[in-house]
Design a protein around this ligand. Structure first.
Ligand SMILES: [Ca+2]
Length: 435
């Protein structure tokens, strides 16, 4: 769609006013501003297993060299080219993507399909599973509003156990929840051995004045460098879920591949699945490729998209509770330190919400001076920004932007080929190559 184009970072940094104006205009098509039930304008997205356990330095502990910081990188700006990969039609939201060890990938279509992407000279995809027919491996999956089939992750030990994981909305005879389901991917590329490992995750079953059913389910599912699964979940437009430790919405959950509490969880709530709490509708989670530090991205209610660096037990400070009524729009603070004294300040925020969605760290020598920077995608804002941090990973020291992005960005995944894969709400997968 686009010719390869060089985009030195210096040029991108020279355009902040242009992008600010564009951002403001595009906010209007973000239903998440509270004017429309389809608040998908701002839900976010993320990457795949390569974010964490599959990263080149994902050594399991992720802490070798925490004190020393990342190794030196080139000071030269990369040349960035956009390359088309696949289009499956404008009506499909490609929610997430995860690479398999052989270089192919699984991706999810929110409406209820798992497909396999095969790269090569002519990339193509095939159906792994479709929801809807009785007895199929996705039984119970349903799509509604912003929800349906969302995150996908591939087991770090896939080569031996062939396990994959999906996060989706589920309806059991009218009882609806969000859940994480484990499968085995057969040699024939079908899903077998279904086990629903975490159920009962908050789901918005009925429309309210601020949005339709299925709003704010979060949805990014990733392995961390510690081998545990991390899942971001949403507030369901509920006043109380964000700070309720017995509800699994508005949280970062951390659990084993069997769905048990991950060792070392901070004992929040009786199920002990909560690793961090107090989020709105986070759809990005990623791990620093060198230190393992956890970063979450989420979109605000018209103001303050946030990137937050988290530790176990951290409270993101979202508390949209006004006497039991949902106060999640109209300037509600994404980090409400008056209501939540322990709230962790974001490491970076986009002052006007552009529907911040996924995030992932760039990784690989071909990225040159962009190596180890955090790519953050936007839905309504239709862009991918790029954050650089100081050595402590506590301060943003530079903000850039990728060229040639005009789609709603749903997921960002580093490929094993060092390319950044992007999935969109318009049924596309494309990628950026650096050199
Ligand atoms: Ca916050």
């Amino acid at each position: 769609m686009f010719a390869s184009r060089s985009a030195p970072l210096a040029l991108l940094l020279a355009l902040p006013l242009v992008f600010s104006c564009e951002s403001a205009l595009k906010t209007a098509d973000d239903p998440d501003a509270g004017t429309s039930p389809g608040d998908d304008g701002k839900d976010g997205g993320g990457g795949a297993i390569v974010d964490g356990g599959g990263s080149p330095t994902g050594d399991g502990g992720g802490d070798a060299g925490v004190d020393a910081g990342p190794p030196p990188r080139s000071t030269e700006d990369p040349t960035i080219s956009r390359e088309p990969v696949l289009s499956i039609g404008g009506g499909s939201v490609i929610w997430d993507l995860a690479f398999l060890p052989d270089g192919s990938a699984l991706f999810t279509v929110r409406g209820g399909a798992v497909r396999k992407l095969t790269l090569g000279n002519t990339p193509s995809s095939t159906v792994v599973a479709n929801a809807g027919s009785a007895g199929n491996p996705l039984a119970g999956l349903f799509a509604e509003g912003q929800s349906g089939l969302m995150g996908v992750a591939v087991d770090p030990a896939f080569a031996t156990n062939r396990r994959v994981y999906l996060y989706f909305s589920h309806d059991a005879n009218g009882t609806k929840d969000n859940r994480v389901v484990r499968y085995r991917l057969s040699a024939q590329d079908t899903l077998t051995d279904r086990t629903d490992i975490v159920t009962g995750i908050s789901y918005k079953a009925a429309a309210t004045s601020v949005g339709g059913a299925g709003s704010h389910s979060g949805g990014r599912l990733r392995f961390g460098p510690d081998g545990m699964l991390y899942l971001t979940t949403g507030d369901n437009h509920s006043a109380t879920i964000p700070q309720n430790v017995e509800a699994l919405g508005s949280k970062v959950l951390r659990f084993t591949t069997d769905g048990a509490p991950a060792p070392g969880n901070p004992n929040i709530g009786s199920r002990n699945l909560i690793w961090s709490l107090g989020f709105r509708n986070p759809q990005g989670i990623t791990f620093h490729p060198y230190t393992g530090a956890v970063f979450v991205s989420e979109h605000g209610p018209g103001n303050d998209d946030e990137v937050t660096k988290l530790t176990a037990g951290a409270n993101g400070g979202w508390n949209p509770n006004n006497g039991g009524q949902y106060n999640g729009y109209n300037g509600a603070l994404m980090t409400d330190t008056a209501a939540v004294a322990s709230a962790v300040a974001p490491i970076w925020k986009h002052d006007v919400s552009n529907g911040m969605s996924p995030c992932t760290f760039l990784r690989g020598a071909s990225w040159k001076s962009w190596d180890y920077r955090l790519a953050v995608g936007f839905l309504g804002g239709r862009k991918i920004q790029l954050l650089d941090f100081d050595a402590s990973l506590s301060n943003v020291v530079d903000v850039g932007e990728f060229p040639d992005v005009t789609e709603r960005v749903r997921s960002l995944v580093m490929g094993p080929d060092e390319k950044l894969y992007v999935t969109t709400d318009s049924g596309e997968i494309f990628r950026f190559r650096a050199q």
